[in-house]
Design a protein around this ligand. Structure first.
Ligand SMILES: O=C(O)c1ccccc1NCC(=O)[C@H](O)[C@H](O)COP(=O)(O)O
Length: 260
């Protein structure tokens, strides 16, 4: 079983357990449920840097990245650096994240926040809204076309932006639909963990212009971003490159200064 299949098998059990403990009515009564969301797609369309900076403690490919930081400090540091948005990993088992991380990040910053999660059920979209996210991620590799349609439409009804992630032509072709805001190409092959921005470049021409193009993973240089911009990318999801340092916000600020 590859890592993605393992994560999804665990996620199915986790979501069923959570549903039995926290009812939908409790999520819907969260103070944040009525909050007006902020569009990441709009922020990327109007921003010069397009950086979506991620809070990521550990990962299946790198093991521990940084367990010493406070999520609120990271979030404030990223916002002060002027990033276009933030991504918060909420998976506990494989990434050391939590919904509480999302809540603390939300309490600290105004910028759009992506709930980075392995979404398989509408319940997780209600959680995203209740804990203050503005955007959700859907991963084409683990969803049927009908699920992408149903989940993305439900997210839009909640006022959430949708970032759909693909890794190859087949995933892209089955996924294109009007209920998506952003199409992300993951440079990391989630089966082998190999990273190459060539896949973002190859798929760029097949992404219709109506969607904001986002290149995800394995980005560590300003040159890579300048190159990807020539292929129409407006968003760049960066985790490890900032999180491996003592001060991710400062690293993001220095990175952005070099981009300008
Ligand atoms: O990062 C991993 O090892 C990973 C493994 C399996 C599924 C997802 C994984 N990462 C999630 C992400 O998409 C990245 O955290 C995100 O794109 C940032 O990547 P990076 O800049 O390379 O940290």
């Amino acid at each position: 079983m590859n890592i993605l299949d393992k994560i999804i098998a665990d996620k199915v059990k986790e979501v069923e357990l959570k549903k039995s403990v926290v009812p939908v009515s409790q999520l819907e009564s969260s103070a944040l449920f009525e909050r007006a969301t902020v569009s990441l797609a709009e922020a990327l369309r109007s921003s010069k840097n397009g950086i979506i900076a991620e809070h990521k403690r550990r990962s299946p490919s790198k093991s521990v990245i940084n367990q010493d930081l406070n999520v609120q400090d990271v979030a404030r540091g990223y916002e002060d650096a002027g990033v276009s948005g933030m991504s918060v990993l909420t998976d506990g088992k494989y990434f050391g994240g939590s919904l509480e991380d999302l809540l603390y990040a939300r309490a600290s910053v105004k910028m759009p926040i992506l709930r980075k999660e392995f979404i398989i059920d509408e319940y997780q979209l209600l959680e995203a809204k209740a804990y203050g996210a503005d955007v959700i991620l859907l991963i084409a590799a683990v969803l049927e076309k009908a699920q992408i349609r149903q989940l993305s439409q439900f997210a839009k009804d909640l006022g959430l932006d949708v970032l759909l992630e693909v890794h190859n032509e087949e995933e892209l072709q089955k996924s294109i639909m009007p209920s998506l805001d952003m199409l992300g190409v993951n440079n990391r092959n989630l089966k082998t963990f190999e990273v190459s921005t060539d896949i973002s470049k190859r798929l760029s021409k097949q992404i219709p212009d109506d969607f904001v193009k986002v290149s995800e993973s394995g980005i560590s240089s300003v040159e890579a971003i300048k190159d990807l911009k020539n292929y129409g990318y407006q968003g760049f999801l960066i985790g490890e490159n900032f999180m491996k340092t003592d001060n991710p916000g400062k690293s993001a600020a220095e990175f952005i200064a070099k981009l300008n």
